[in-house]
Design a binder for this molecule. Structure first.
Ligand code: CP
Length: 352
């Protein structure tokens, strides 16, 4: 857990340790108010954000540290054509930790190749969003006491929702979690997630309707249809508004079901349920700041890092995913991984 690119390498011990620090921070924030004095966090947001950007900044400030960075690449030298590599070398020269959001899949892994300090991914395109997952795990644990044994429904854009991909990848490590994957047929989970669920022998059901399944759920994870990831705007127009959680649907849910949403929402959760005690999404965003405080403390223990020297392969296998960071940052070394029986691009996880 030197860089936070995905949570694949997070052990259960590390999760319990992070969660324990998070609980201590929530109980006694004053004990932590000076822990990052003299430390600087660079916050590089190439894509819009409210929660992830502000909560990381608030987390560092509450730890007594300082923040530099940009929330719009147009105000940085990225607008003059600077590469991701050069930007990261600079940011990691000035700061002790870098938090980065980028629209390209695999951008966080690419950044980690050139950074001399820990990289925390704040989301890479439609791929992964690991700190949102820590936020989600924290919220579920606080509401339910445990994650093992839950029936969780993911509803909405499961193809493009990076928060969904990251959370599924983490939940397969817990015991007896049952997955109900509710989406239009055009927006089902990507193959790498389906393979992961099979590899871990998880029970999962891919369905199109929310109504029949809502009574069995312990957690309902709503997501936005991600307009910015659609190539065809007409397809977005056809699919938007397909799921709307309202009071009527909530009457059929368990009394202790919790509704989560990474936010922002558009219309998929009606404002009329905001006051329902089962609406956990604003509390979820609040938990995000505290678990990110625990995470910043954790990665700062790594200190300075010597970026790995990568040997070029003689016959590299190139990724053809148009959303992959390797398509725009051409100097990146091609790297592959294995997912199930498939060879995948190590940056974006798409099959090669
Ligand atoms: N949950 C989340 O990623 O929200 P933002 O896009 O506002 O950061």
């Amino acid at each position: 857990m030197r860089h936070i690119i995905s949570l694949d390498e997070m052990t259960m011990d590390e999760w319990h340790s992070l969660y324990s620090v998070c609980e201590q921070i929530m109980a006694h924030p004053e004990d932590f108010s000076d822990r990052c004095r003299t430390k600087i966090m660079a916050s590089l947001f190439y894509e819009p954000s409210t929660r992830t950007n502000l909560s990381h900044q608030a987390a560092m400030l509450r730890l007594g540290g300082s923040v530099i960075g940009f929330s719009d690449p147009q105000v940085s030298s990225v607008s003059k054509g600077e590469t991701l590599k050069d930007t990261i070398i600079m940011a990691s020269t000035y700061a002790d930790v870098v938090v980065m959001r980028n629209p390209k899949e695999g951008a966080a892994l690419a950044a980690s190749l050139y950074s001399s300090v820990p990289i925390i991914s704040a989301g890479d395109g439609g791929h992964l969003h690991p700190t949102q997952t820590l936020t989600d795990l924290t919220t579920i644990t606080r509401y339910r006491g445990s994650i093992d044994g839950i029936n969780i429904g993911f509803c909405g854009d499961l193809k493009n929702g990076r928060t969904v991909h990251s959370l599924i990848s983490a939940l397969v490590k817990f015991e007896n979690v049952n997955f109900y994957l509710i989406s239009p047929r055009e927006l089902t989970i990507p193959d790498f997630e389906r393979r992961l669920l099979k590899e871990h022998n998880c029970k999962f059901f891919e369905i199109t309707g929310l109504d029949p399944i809502i009574p069995v759920l312990d957690v309902l994870y709503m997501t936005r249809i991600q307009r910015e990831r659609f190539v065809d705007p007409l397809e977005y127009e056809r699919l938007k508004g397909v799921y709307i959680l309202d009071k009527g649907k909530m009457t059929r849910a368990k009394k202790d079901m919790i509704v989560l949403h990474p936010l922002p929402r558009v219309d998929e959760i009606s404002g009329e349920i905001d006051d329902d005690p089962r609406a956990g999404y604003f509390e979820q965003a609040r938990c995000g700041m505290f678990i990110r405080m625990a995470l910043i403390l954790h990665v700062l223990e790594s200190g300075r890092i010597r970026p790995e020297k990568l040997a070029a392969k003689e016959q590299p296998q190139l990724c053809h995913n148009s959303r992959c960071i390797t398509q725009t940052e051409k100097y990146l070394p091609p790297m592959t991984g294995i997912n199930g029986d498939k060879t995948v691009c190590a940056y974006c996880d798409k099959e090669i």
